[in-house]
Design a protein. Structure first.
Length: 173
């Protein structure tokens, strides 16, 4: 009687390898999700900075501030297309955040120079996560002062004007 020697893996060996891969994946996936969320929040902060810069350029030309993201594009391409697509007054969705621009807390309409739309004394830009805890854990806002504020309440709420340091609200350092 001959004893056969077969090369290959046994079922137990394959199950052990699958279990090890599963354990490694269980350890790595939460870290990857946190990294993605951190990247989304960094993108939202970058969008707030871009809006502040665009509003400053707009104010040099138009003697006031824009009241919509699309207005910043129409008056002179002050803001990139990823934030200005859609109808006037609509919010942009970028990197898991809803970015919008509204009239600020203090407004007094002034005459708009040629090529400019409606202008106001102030503006407020905000970014809120589309899915709290998944795309981001903080909400952001800024105004004509240029400081970016965050709110890390659960669920995240856009900081209200006038901005002030609170239990969950503060400026980005």
């Amino acid at each position: 009687m001959k004893v056969r020697t077969q090369a290959g893996f046994t079922l137990i060996e394959l199950l052990i390898v699958v279990a090890i891969i599963g354990i490694i994946a269980a350890i790595a996936v939460p870290g990857l999700l946190r990294a993605r969320m951190s990247g989304n929040e960094a993108s939202a902060i970058g969008s707030m900075r871009a809006i502040n810069t665009a509003e400053q350029n707009y104010s040099q030309k138009c003697n006031g501030y824009a009241t919509s993201l699309q207005e910043l594009r129409v008056a002179g391409n002050f803001l990139s297309p990823d934030l200005t697509q859609g109808a006037v007054g609509t919010a942009a969705v970028k990197s898991g955040f809803t970015v919008q621009l509204t009239v600020g807390a203090v407004t007094a309409p002034i005459a708009a120079p040629a090529g400019c739309l409606l202008t106001d004394v102030g503006y407020k830009a905000s970014a809120a996560p589309l899915s709290a805890g998944s795309t981001g854990t903080r909400a952001f806002a800024t105004d004509e002062q240029g400081t970016i504020w965050q709110n890390n309440a659960v669920p995240p709420v856009i900081p209200a004007q006038p901005f002030a340091v609170g239990a969950n609200t503060g400026p980005i350092q």
